[in-house]
Design a protein around this ligand. Structure first.
Ligand code: F6R
Length: 607
């Protein structure tokens, strides 16, 4: 969603801000702008559209060595130049950029209007600029603190004032802000990727904190002026990880990185001597792990699908009752939190508002929540009671791919750990572990077949509607396949249990609606084949995704894709890859913007 970047230092600010915004593009946005101070004049340049539109609109030779930038994902007000950030006060003395939603902006706006302030945009954010102007008495930091005390809602804010050149002030409540500490320069951003080119030394700003920075100094306090000292942390990501490295799209790169990212998620966490796993970050004793009576996964989108796989896995492998629920639903239904329930909040970004608020609700009721996250230092891992980092490296494409298989990896490690504490023998544990270790090379085998999947994508790229059907642990993969296709190719797609089609979806079947069946070599294979035949009998087109050697599939289906065979419970690692590739190639065929699909944001930080 929206992105913030601020810069104070010796270099010209505008190119640094624009480059920073470019790095934030992946989060999803519809307009962008920067504000820089040069020769006592506050220059605001804002454009609806892409960063390149903003770049083209910048005056030649725009100087000034401090400023702020923003990418906007519209919530209040249309996608226009005016609604883009930064927003200035009426006199052009100060400007702000804001992520989040100000819930009481109507009341604040009315009050400011009666004092003579004129609003120029339809946004909730503009109220912050006028509010700070109203409270300003020569000290920006103090004015920001007074202003945020009046705000209700979520915000990450950065502000600058003409009378205080070289000073930026940031404030956070619910929308991430990270301070980047460079040599003689300082950055403030909503996401570390925006500053990686300049520094890897960061301080995470927490909710309720205000940071004042200059090129060589920074100070963090709460809104009551109490000083907060937090140590500088080093970002573990490299610049080259956020480049495309020869791939056409980030999504393609991230799909093809999966053998390595899965391996990384497992690294150092498997112990053949005891046939179990080590997950140091859980912060739970052996006894506490043994006492778990039920696991509940809370998440959104693709991460929720990883949770569905996990719940099936935990019940089958570890014989532990488990379930997954959409975080957005759980939060508002007064969930029952029982002693010995263990919750997992799963989130690639670690900032998804629905998941974060659901997690806080569970914790408020006394529940223990572990995070499974990718972005180190994000809010969910920081607020959780423990957890597992999946170490996928930055996931830049909006459509999640490698994070999904790494989230699975974390759950498989956890399931093995619990299973071995309950009734799984050493030898059964070891053979499961060995097969898990073989997953990266089997994923590579599937990736090596990408060209064949591309041909299938070409054949069906004109479809209006698609069904994805799976059963058992692969039911969740069918849901994920449908989500992937719809979000990047804009083809209407539904995921169903193959058994369910005769309870409704079979009415959709005609020659134009392809059905993709996941047919692993398990106890339900023959039943799925019957479902495929039902579709064929109604002239539906069938694509089968089967296991190497299952030659019967070609006699029934119009097209067939194969994955290597593996343990039935591990099959989602392999069956999801063709789904990702099929979606990617279909989107390419249809000329869609693969990495930044319309209307979508990478990290959904509002409810
Ligand atoms: C789909 C996708 C989204 C995210 C969802 C949760 O490809 O990326 O559905 O999975 O928005 O995001 P995180 O995992 O960051 O909480």
């Amino acid at each position: 969603m929206c992105g913030i970047i601020g810069y104070c230092g010796p270099k010209p600010a505008a190119p640094i801000l624009v480059e920073g915004l470019k790095r934030l593009e992946y989060r999803g946005y519809d307009s962008a702008g920067i504000g820089v101070l040069e020769n006592d004049v506050l220059h605001l340049v804002k454009r609806a559209g892409k960063i390149n539109d903003l770049r083209n609109a910048l005056p030649d030779g725009l100087g000034g060595s401090f400023g702020i930038g923003h990418t906007r994902w519209a919530t209040h007000g249309g996608v226009t130049d005016r609604n883009a950030h930064p927003h200035a006060d009426g006199r052009g003395n100060l400007c702000i950029a804001h992520n989040g939603i100000i819930e009481n902006y109507t009341a604040l706006k009315r009050n400011l209007e009666t004092k003579g302030y004129e609003f120029r945009s339809e946004t909730d954010s503009e109220v912050i600029a006028h509010l700070i102007a109203d409270l300003y008495d020569g000290d920006l930091e103090r004015a920001v603190k007074s202003a945020v005390r009046l705000l209700k809602g979520t915000y990450g804010i950065v502000a600058m004032h003409r009378s205080e050149p070289g000073v930026l002030v940031g404030a956070r409540n619910g929308s991430p802000l990270v301070l980047g500490v460079g040599h003689g320069e300082m950055l403030l951003a909503s996401d570390v990727t925006a500053m990686l080119e300049h520094t890897k030394q960061v301080i995470y700003i927490e909710d309720g904190e205000v940071v004042r920075m200059t090129a060589d100094d920074h100070r963090t306090t709460d809104t009551r002026d109490n000083r907060i000292d937090r140590s500088v942390e080093t970002i573990g990501w490299d610049l080259e990880e956020i480049e495309k490295n020869g791939f056409d799209h980030y999504m393609e790169k991230e799909i093809f990185e999966q053998p390595e990212s899965i391996r990384r998620a497992m690294q150092g966490r498997l112990d053949p001597d005891t046939a179990t796993s080590h997950l140091g970050g859980l912060n739970m004793t052996n006894r506490e792990l043994l006492d778990i009576e039920r696991v509940k996964v809370i998440a959104a989108g693709t991460s929720y699908h990883a949770g569905l796989v996990a719940s099936y896995l935990l019940e089958s492998l570890a014989r532990l009752p488990a379930g997954a629920e959409l975080a957005s639903e759980l939060r508002y239904r007064n969930p029952i939190v029982e002693r010995n329930n263990l919750y997992f909040a799963v989130s690639q970004s670690g900032e998804t508002a629905d998941t974060l608020y659901a997690m806080r609700e569970i914790q408020r009721k006394g529940g223990r929540v572990l995070g499974i996250c990718n972005v180190v230092g994000a809010t969910i891992p920081r607020e959780s009671d423990g957890g597992v980092y999946i170490h996928s490296g930055p996931e830049i494409a909006v459509a999640s791919t490698k994070a999904f298989t790494s989230q699975l990896t974390a759950f498989y490690l956890f399931a093995l750990l619990i299973a071995r504490k309950r009734d799984m023998s050493y030898s059964a544990g070891l053979s499961f572990m060995r097969e898990l270790e073989r997953i990266p090379e089997k994923v590579q085998v599937v990736l090596d077949r990408a060209a064949a999947i591309r041909e299938i994508a070409k054949k069906y790229a004109g479809a209006q509607s698609f069904l994805f059907l799976g059963r058992g642990i692969n039911y969740a993969v069918a849901l994920e396949g449908a989500l992937k296709l719809k979000e990047i190719s804009y083809i209407h797609a539904e995921g169903y249990s193959a058994a369910e089609i005769k309870h409704g979806p079979i009415a959709l079947i005609n020659e134009e609606t392809p059905s993709l069946f996941i047919v692993p070599d398990d106890a339900l294979r023959d039943k799925i084949i019957s479902n495929m035949k039902e579709v064929k009998a109604r002239n539906g087109k069938v694509i089968a995704l089967g296991v190497d050697g299952d030659n019967e599939l070609a006699d029934i289906a119009d097209d067939v894709m194969f994955v290597p065979s593996t343990n039935e419970l591990l099959s989602p690692f392999l069956t999801v890859i063709p789904m990702q590739l099929l979606s990617y190639y279909t989107a390419l065929e249809r000329g869609c913007n693969v990495d930044q699909p319309r209307n979508l944001a990478k990290s959904v930080t509002v409810e």
